[in-house]
Design a protein around this ligand. Structure first.
Ligand code: ZN
Length: 130
């Protein structure tokens, strides 16, 4: 254990991007095994080797930059996914409109009839049926 610790000293180690690369390799291997597409199993070595390279790398600032970029992309997709999930969950009780002037998305409860909606962002008023 001490030798391993010594070996890893000054190296980048595991981060979220490397973790996801390992998951990707595992998924590729699994799908390749189930579907018998051997090319997927061979392709799974790419993220695995890249992940190992990142973990053993001594260029910590570069690896941190890569991980930060990955985290930014990941959180953007997570945000979009949550918005989509909220829209599906709320589609029975809410209607969604876009403001005609600033395109801001506005959520209005259903079943209120024809109402005047005021955009919370630009204060434009427009009439819609909910
Ligand atoms: Zn607006």
């Amino acid at each position: 254990m001490n030798r391993f610790r010594q070996f890893m000293y000054g190296r980048y180690g595991l981060d979220t991007l490397s973790q996801y690369l390992v998951y990707l390799a595992l998924i590729l291997t699994l799908v390749g095994t189930i579907t018998r597409f051997n090319i997927l199993i061979n392709l799974s070595y790419i993220p695995l080797v890249f992940s190992l390279y990142r973990m053993l790398s001594k260029n910590i600032s570069k690896r941190t930059q890569e991980n930060n970029k990955f985290m930014a992309v990941k959180s953007a997709y997570q945000h979009k996914f949550h918005q989509f999930k909220d829209k599906i969950n709320g589609s029975k009780t809410y209607r969604y409109f876009n403001c005609p002037s600033c395109k801001q998305k506005i959520r209005i409860p259903k079943g209120k009839g024809k109402i005047c909606i005021t955009c919370p962002k630009c204060r434009t008023e427009f009439i819609k049926r909910t």
